[in-house]
Every structure is written in C-alpha cells, then in structure tokens.
Write a protein that binds this ligand. Sequence first.
Ligand code: 4NP
Length: 146
Amino acid sequence: MVCLGNICRSPLAEGIMQEKVAETGLGWEIDSAGTGAWHIGNPPDPRSIAVAHKYGLDIANQRARQFKAKDLQKFDLILAMDNSNQSDILRHAKNDIERNKVRLILSYTHPSEERSVPDPYWDDNGFEAVFAMLGEACEMILKEHN
Ligand code: 4NP
C-alpha cells in the first residue's frame, strides 16, 4: 500500500487489509510505504488513527517508511493510492514483471477508471470517505486474489 507520506492513506489501507487477511486466515504479508521521505519514522496522522479507531482498528503502532525499489521484488502486488504515487513507483521498476505488479488501489472498485484516493492531508473531513473507499477496495482485492 503506497501513498505520498505514508501517514494518511496507506496506513489506513494497511490496517484495513491486515484485518481482512487475519479474518480469512490468509498468510499474506501486508505493508505500506510512502514515495516521499518527509515522515520517515513517524506514526500515522492523528486523523487516520482516529478514523481507524472509530471502526475498531488500531494503526497507532505503524511507522512511516519510504518506498524502495526492492519492494517491487519482494511484494506480489504494489497498490498505489493515486496516479502520482503510481508513476513514482513505476520509475523504480526494472522489468515488466515488476511493472505488472503496480496497480491503482481503486482499480478494484472502478476498473475502467483511473480513479485516485483523494489525499486527505489538507482536508480534515476527508478521512471518513477515504476509510470507506479503502474498505471497499480491500474487500475486492480479497475476492480477486483469494
Ligand atoms: P498521505 O498524505 O500521502 O496519504 O500520507 C500526505 C501526508 C503528508 C504530506 C502529503 C500527503 N505532506 O506533504 O507532508
């Protein structure tokens, strides 16, 4: 799960997906990262922690890290929150195998659109909607790959 800062969107995606994977007993490893370096080592944004908490998820122990080229080798699927994250990730890809691992997360709910998860960093009221769309996307990811 990859966004820009790894403090707002992708920590929510990581927490939501981890819970779904645990519920279904799948052994998938879920992680998140940011393409930017500003927040390395920081916990998620308090507003992400709060909306997760409201829906029974504790993401407070996550710490931000920066996306690295090796993630494209290690993980089977790299899910970008928006187009800009996607193109930053693709810049690290060395071959088609790596390129084909990269998708927009909302392509699972809106397959024929290039839809992005809006960055809620500058919008206190955006976190609920982000939580809801990530929940739907994670449900579809489970269905498509399970
Ligand atoms: P995120 O949101 O990419 O969903 O973690 C942002 C967090 C921080 C910044 C931008 C977006 N920032 O500019 O510091």
